[in-house]
Design a protein around this ligand. Structure first.
Ligand code: B12
Ligand code: SF4
Length: 467
């Protein structure tokens, strides 16, 4: 059965249906998604803002359990008020297929939003009535208000829609000034235990995703976050974040936190207040966060120790490349690889698991620079490593600089080979494996029990007839 998050389907209620679909890439990514099932925080936020308005919603998570056309249609009867889709550049084709199904079979109002809103044209072509062009909380309220009052959408700020076959964009909506004013994401006790990030060897369940901020301090040219959040960085108060954690812990027994901020807050006074409050409340959860190689450059050991002492046991660093010239090309600091040595060593000495991620194929990449990064990975020796080949994200600076999509002279197939070589070198290595197994055995043996047998089996046998 497809998972329902939220209330049952009572025809008397005003119901909205939110849908998350897997990526368009069939096999390899499906396998990957079987391991990394994180709660869809953006949609949980939208569910939370609708609830006080008397609009209940269900969340169909097609990553958690396959969602066929028949299952989707079954959830559209009795007729909900609307269907809302999370869209990213990676799942937009599947979302477009689903929108066509909803429009042709049920003719319901459809709204789409998320980082894939940059593909508004495709989504509107598929039949979406409205595409939310950024932050969703205020847009979804206005959208629902319009449906309830039988009004059009043209007055809603921050959307794209179609008029006489033309795509129109309404005035940009100001970002929410006070993040503390947004209701906490709506989590569901019936499904919370099904989510797990198996790539995190320290993970425990139930786990939740949360953010302490929106936006990013940095401006990497391959990324699109600063465009999406319009170059603004906003942070919640430590009090507000702690309150959310306490509630999630009390109400759902959440004991692991996946902080999915682009970069976890780095202001010293923010961290100090967060740590003080955490200790005052005597919280006992564990957590992971994402940092930049330069984070806490001045007092790295003291800050890592502070967060370690309140349960942070995994830090993920986005390194991208080890070559100063390439880092400079993408607006990163050229000395980052050096900083990273210190950050990884310091964290490891404090008992924090380190994950470092790389991208092959950034501007300036050659066979030689890729070889330098490979050598750096082996010398750095984080606990875990992840590597990707550059995906040119629409509206990123790189997409504008390289309209052909060809960023380096190294062909994509070769970059894929290099990426695979990085994995082989790193993981088919006795030292790496012994270190990982020792960590799991002594720090988190439960990780073995969390293995996602069912989703992996489904991915391997491809027994899905997803949209
Ligand atoms: C957690 C996470 C994941 C998780 C879960 C994703 C999910 N569906 O929640 C996992 C690990 C699976 C994942 C994987 C990948 N991810 Co990811 N991920 C994130 C991350 C770090 C946090 C997402 C989040 O919760 N944000 C916080 C919430 C509040 O924001 P939000 O989701 O954007 O939602 C708001 C608005 O977008 C909007 N909204 C969202 N949905 C909807 C729907 C409607 C109807 C409306 C009206 C509004 C609306 O309203 C929400 C509230 O304001 C973001 C970066 C970031 N910090 O946002 C990257 C990010 C989303 N991922 C990204 C990428 C590239 C990937 C991967 C391709 C990585 C890879 N190379 O394999 C895969 C592809 C996954 C896929 N299926 O599409 C990119 C997407 C770029 C793009 N143009 O699409 C991002 C933006 C990172 C980046 N800076 O480039 N990711
Ligand atoms: S890649 Fe990471 S650090 Fe760079 S701008 Fe994007 S979110 Fe920020």
């Amino acid at each position: 059965m497809t998972l329902l998050h939220g209330p049952g389907k009572d025809p008397g209620q005003q119901i909205g249906v939110f849908v998350l679909l897997p990526t368009d890439f069939a096999d390899a990514k499906r396998f990957y998604e079987a391991f990394q099932r994180r709660p869809p925080l953006g949609l949980q936020y939208l569910q939370a803002v609708l609830k006080p308005l008397g609009v209940e919603s269900i969340l169909l998570d097609g990553v958690l359990e396959p969602l066929s056309r028949e299952k989707l249609l079954a959830h559209l009867s009795p007729r909900p008020l609307f269907v809302g889709f999370y869209v990213s550049s990676m799942n937009r084709k599947r979302v477009c297929r689903a929108i066509r199904i909803v429009k042709q079979q049920a003719d319901l109002p459809v709204i789409a939003g998320g980082p894939g809103s940059i593909h508004a044209q495709d989504l509107l072509d598929a039949g979406a009535d409205v595409v939310c062009m950024g932050e969703g909380e205020e847009v979804i309220k206005d959208f629902v208000g319009s449906l309830q009052q039988g009004r059009g959408y043209t007055h809603i700020k921050g959307i794209a829609y179609r008029e006489n076959g033309e795509t129109r964009y309404t005035e940009a909506r100001p970002l929410i000034a006070d993040l503390d004013g947004i209701p906490f994401p709506l989590r569901d006790s019936r499904t919370i235990g099904k989510y797990c990030d198996y790539f995190n060897i320290m993970v425990r369940t139930p786990c939740i995703t949360l953010t302490a901020s929106r936006g990013c301090y940095y401006r990497c040219s391959f990324c699109f976050s600063h465009r999406f959040w319009r170059g603004r960085y906003r942070v919640r108060s430590p009090e507000n974040v702690i309150e959310e954690i306490e509630i999630a812990n009390r109400a759902f027994g959440a004991n692991y936190l996946l902080f999915v901020d682009d970069v976890f807050p780095q202001k010293h006074d923010w961290i100090e207040s967060f740590v003080t409050l955490w200790q005052k409340k005597a919280l006992h959860l564990q957590w992971m966060c994402i940092l930049n190689p330069n984070s806490f450059q001045r007092d790295r050991r003291a800050f890592f120790k502070m967060i370690r002492d309140i349960g942070c046991n995994v830090i993920s660093f986005g390194a991208q490349s080890a070559v100063p010239e390439i880092l400079r090309n993408v607006h990163r600091r050229p000395d980052e690889a050096r900083q990273l040595y210190d950050a990884v060593r310091t964290a490891s000495e404090l008992g924090i698991v380190t994950v470092v991620t790389y991208i092959f194929g950034l501007p300036g990449e050659t066979e030689l620079t890729a070889a330098t990064t490979l050598r750096h990975i082996m010398a750095l020796r984080p606990h875990l490593m992840d590597a990707h080949v550059l995906e040119v994200l629409p509206e990123s600076e790189i997409a504008q600089l390289f309209p052909s999509g060809i960023v380096t002279d190294v062909p994509r197939e070769r970059l894929e080979q290099i990426r695979k070589r990085a994995f082989r070198l790193f993981y088919a290595n006795l030292r790496t494996l012994v270190r990982l197994l020792t960590l799991i055995a002594f720090k988190n043996p439960r990780w073995i029990l969390l293995f996602p047998f069912k989703p992996v089996w489904a991915a391997l046998t491809r027994r899905t007839n997803d949209i």
